[in-house]
Write a protein that binds this ligand. Structure first.
Ligand code: 48H
Length: 260
């Protein structure tokens, strides 16, 4: 006979154990879109203790939606090796333009990241950061349902050596740091420069260039990088998101080694 009490105890104990395990980590990533998942994979693959906090019920961010709901993504030559590495099937549409299923790409990114050891918490949102000694040292998190229901409930705090803002167009983590430090970001003006209108070629290039530290120990990747350092959007071409996630992982791995 299946005992409901065992199911309940198992869910509560395991859920609590997982969250307790990640009150401290090397790296926390806000947002499980394509760039955050890619970063999580490349970090975990090198043995870094990393978790992603995702506000939504399901991971993937803007990836499963493809382009205007057609469930396909385009990836350019530069990022083809990441498709290979993750095991995402693709076909060449025109020279240098590869097409993949947005659903398969999302599922495989999640699977690869988690298989590598990246923990993923859904339904938890990042609402603030910890800043100590002039650097970001953790995240302030709460259940997504709290803000959805407009409940006045205090959050909890988790501590990490580095944080990645992979929250997409809104760059929510950097936005809160900009507000609370009164514009002390590592941008030319100290403030967010904002996303520009569509220009796929420039957007894909700058997204990788702008993948860097936006405040001490707070990195940006994916769309958040162009929102913070200023650059255009690019539509449903995802090579830049994958390359950006891989780049941020490499940068943080180097810093973890340097600052040991
Ligand atoms: C926890 C949060 C919070 C928060 C948001 O938007 P995403 O898919 O982000 P990227 O940068 O990995 O990929 C961008 C891509 O999907 C895209 O939008 C493109 C290419 N657009 C081009 C164009 O022209 O429009 O994912 C971000 C994730 C989402 O799942 C959010 O739910 C989540 O972050 N998120 N999670 N705490 N405060 N804010």
């Amino acid at each position: 006979m299946i005992d409901e009490r065992v199911i309940t105890r198992g869910i509560i104990e395991e859920g609590m154990r997982r969250l307790l395990e990640y009150t401290q980590a090397d790296v926390f990533i806000a947002g499980a879109g394509p760039s955050g998942l890619t970063a999580g994979y490349y970090l975990a693959r090198e043995g870094v203790k990393v978790a992603i906090f995702e506000r939504a019920l399901r991971p993937g961010g803007g990836m499963p939606g493809g382009g205007m709901m057609f469930p396909c993504i385009v990836v350019q030559e530069e990022a083809r090796e990441i498709l290979e590495e993750i095991g995402i099937r693709y076909r060449e549409y025109e020279k240098g333009y590869y097409i993949a299923s947005s659903i398969e790409a999302t599922a495989k990114l999640v699977s690869k990241a988690m298989d590598a050891g990246c923990e993923l918490f859904n339904l938890i949102e990042v609402e603030d950061v910890v800043i100590k000694n002039g650097k970001v040292e953790g995240l302030v998190i709460n259940w997504t349902s709290v803000s959805l229901a407009s409940l006045h409930i205090d959050p909890l705090t988790v501590i990490s050596k580095f944080v990645v803002d992979a929250t997409g167009h809104d760059a929510e983590v950097v936005k809160v740091v900009e507000r609370k430090t009164k514009g002390k970001l590592l941008t030319p003006s100290g403030k967010m420069l904002g996303e520009g209108p569509m220009h796929a070629d420039t957007g894909e290039r700058t997204i990788v260039e702008h993948t860097k530290e936006a405040f001490p120990h707070l990195f940006v990747c994916g769309m958040a990088a162009n929102a913070v350092f200023g650059g255009p959007r690019m539509g449903p071409i995802f090579g830049g998101m994958l390359l950006s996630g891989k780049k941020v992982a490499g940068m943080i791995i180097s810093r973890l080694k340097e600052e040991k």
